[in-house]
Every structure is written in C-alpha cells, then in structure tokens.
Design a protein around this ligand. Structure first.
Ligand code: F6R
Length: 248
C-alpha cells in the first residue's frame, strides 16, 4: 500500500489537500472519471473544487461521475436520494454534463439487475481515476457493512442498525431511513486507480485506526484500503487521535 496521510489543521486545509490530489489524478486525462461519495465528509471538498473551477480552467467539465451508492426505494427526483446529492453538490457546481453522471437507480423494479447494470457501466467507462470515499463509524466503505466480502461487486445490501441511526439526521424519523441500498462492492471500489479517504471528528477515530492499522478483514470493510496501491487519507486531528503516534 502507498498511503499518504494528511492530518489537516482546519476544514479549509483538508478540502484544499483533497482537491489538490483530485486535480493531480485527473490532470492530462481527456475524459476523467471521478468517483464520489455522498454524506457530510466530502462537502467541503466539492465546494473547494467548485471554487477552483469557477476561477480557473475546468478539467472536471469533461469528467464522468460515478456515485458509490444509492438507497433502495428512492428515485433520482427524491430530494433524499444520493442522486439528488450528487446533482446538487457535484454535478451542477462543477458544470458536468448530466448525461455523464451515473448513480444506481434506487427505484429500479429489479434492484439486483440494476446493481449488475451499474457495475457493467463502471467497467465500460474504463474505470475510476480517483474515488472519494468516507468511512462509517462502524468501518463501512460505501455501504459495505461489517462482514461484507472483500471481493464483493456492486450489489444490494441491508444497512446495519448503526448506519441507519448515524444517517437518521437526514430523515424525519428512524422508520423513514431506508433499510437497503445498492452499493459499489469492496472489489469495485478497489479497482479505482487512486482513492481519497476523508473523515472528520472523533466518532470516526476508532474506525480509522482499525481500517488503516488493524487486520485486513471483513469485520472492518474499510481495511480493504490497505491492499490498494494509491490511497490518500485526509482527516482532521480528532479523527486521527487513535492512529499510531508516528502517523498522527
Ligand atoms: C456515502 C457512503 C458512506 C459515507 C459514510 C460517511 O456515499 O458511501 O460510506 O461515506 O457513511 O458518511 P458521513 O460523511 O456523512 O459521515
């Protein structure tokens, strides 16, 4: 594993470091492919990328975008869908052609077939140049919950109780949080040529330490990142608090 670790002093530095890495990874690519996570962790990065492309040239205008996951049961026009997040936070601000945006269709009648279709689409795109990922407080990567096979492809998964409770903040009640999602698998994510892991806050500290320095095991799905050749970890001080001192 080539692991670069940046412990940022503040949210601006975190967003700038991650954006530098994304811009490096797509530099010189005629048709870059960017993989995006949703959730709170990467919001500052997407805002920083948008600021950069507003004030400079925009290599991301030619990009294709692939989402990590989508809730089963939500169509793209549902404001709680990840398709809506990607549209509002990434596609519009970066001026990307919506025809090159790929999010699993959570409202598909056959979710298993949709997952397979998405995986095939990803492969035929030529693969992701740089994938942004967050980490769950339980160590999930995408929506690959603990005990996910390390060699998994895109598929339908059941969300764990801890993930549903972490995400209830986006819903009116726990009963409204979906129970299933379509997620890129751990092997799918691992095929990205470069990965940027972003995390803030002490509630991520234990999962991060397990992911980066614990055994590679389905118990901590994000530990699969240790097998990857090009991972940049951009985190804040509280998230770094359980990393070995030599790293933090
Ligand atoms: C989102 C995703 C999840 C999140 C993770 C962290 O597309 O796949 O793995 O990255 O749950 O979420 P936040 O950033 O909201 O803490």
């Amino acid at each position: 594993m080539t692991l670069r670790l940046v412990v940022a002093e503040n949210p601006e530095e975190l967003a700038a470091c991650a954006s530098d890495r994304i811009m490096d990874a797509v530099a010189g690519r005629m048709a870059p492919v960017l993989g995006v996570a949703t959730g709170s962790s990467p919001l500052g990065i997407y805002a920083e990328l948008a600021r950069r492309v507003t004030f400079g040239s925009n290599p991301l205008a030619r990009a294709s975008i692939f989402a990590l996951d989508e809730y089963v049961g939500f169509s793209a026009d549902d404001s709680r869908s990840y398709a809506a997040f990607v549209r509002e936070r990434v596609v519009r601000p970066l001026g990307i052609d919506p025809a090159r945006v790929f999010v699993p269709n959570g409202a598909a009648v056959d979710a298993d077939a949709e997952a397979a279709r998405f995986e095939a689409q990803l492969i035929s795109s030529g693969g992701v140049d740089v994938q942004v990922v967050g980490i769950g407080s339980n160590g999930h990567l995408g929506f690959n919950e603990p005990d996910s096979p390390l060699n998994s492809g895109t598929r339908v998964v059941t969300l764990s109780a801890s993930t549903r409770s972490d995400n209830v903040r986006y819903f009116d009640a726990i009963e409204s949080v979906p129970t299933q999602a379509i997620t890129q698998g751990l092997a799918t994510i691992g095929r990205a040529r470069a990965i940027i892991l972003v995390a803030q806050g002490e509630h991520k500290a234990r999962a991060l330490a397990a992911a980066l320095f614990g055994p590679v095991s389905p118990e901590c799905p994000a530990s699969v990142l240790q097998l990857h050749a090009d991972v940049t970890v951009v985190i804040d001080g509280p998230a770094a608090q359980h990393l070995p001192t030599v790293w933090s």
